[in-house]
Design a protein around this ligand. Structure first.
Ligand code: FES
Length: 168
């Protein structure tokens, strides 16, 4: 798993574009305190940019009216927050017990051998990124992958091969 304590700065200021600014203002009314908006605001950042940069942490803190350290804590705790740019298809392989016992490593090895893709990395063409993540909550149908938010269950190397062939 990649180092989740370090943020990457882009050197450019971050702000929500109009769509996400509107969504932020809509959501903020639904929460009892503005600090409850940290995670939803980070999701909006990730939807807009595909990942969460250092500048976005400060921006979210300012929009919410809290400390950047609190936003940082949330962003670095949840593995579903991408702290580096990811490929068009962001593949998360569950590495927790059920998936580990039922063959997740063969799938990870397939990515390494066939795509030269290891956890925390992106292919040169920026098409695929790979992460190993904690339990995805579908343990009864292990091993489980999540790709761009969609779940793929009871996977094996053959199924992964067929699935990747459908991605343009
Ligand atoms: S252990 Fe993999 S989904 Fe729970």
């Amino acid at each position: 798993m990649s180092d989740r304590s370090k943020l990457i700065a882009t050197g450019k200021p971050f702000k929500f574009d109009k769509k996400y600014d509107t969504e932020f203002e809509r959501l903020v009314k639904r929460y009892p305190s503005r600090e409850s908006m940290i995670l939803p605001a980070l999701w909006l950042v990730q939807e807009q940019e595909g990942w969460v940069c250092e500048e976005a942490i400060g921006y979210v803190a300012d929009r919410i009216g809290t400390f950047a350290s609190k936003v940082y804590e949330v962003a670095t705790f949840y593995t579903m927050m991408n702290l580096h740019p990811v490929g068009k298809y962001h593949i998360c392989v569950c590495r927790t017990l059920s998936c580990w016992l039922r063959g997740k490593q063969e799938i990870v090895n397939y990515f390494r051998d066939e795509l030269n893709l290891t956890p925390g990395k992106t292919t040169e063409d920026k098409k695929f990124s790979l992460e190993e993540v904690e339990c995805l909550g579908h343990c009864g149908s292990a091993p489980v992958l999540q790709i761009n938010g969609e779940f793929y269950e009871n996977m094996d190397v053959d199924k992964v091969k067929k699935l990747l062939a459908t991605f343009k």
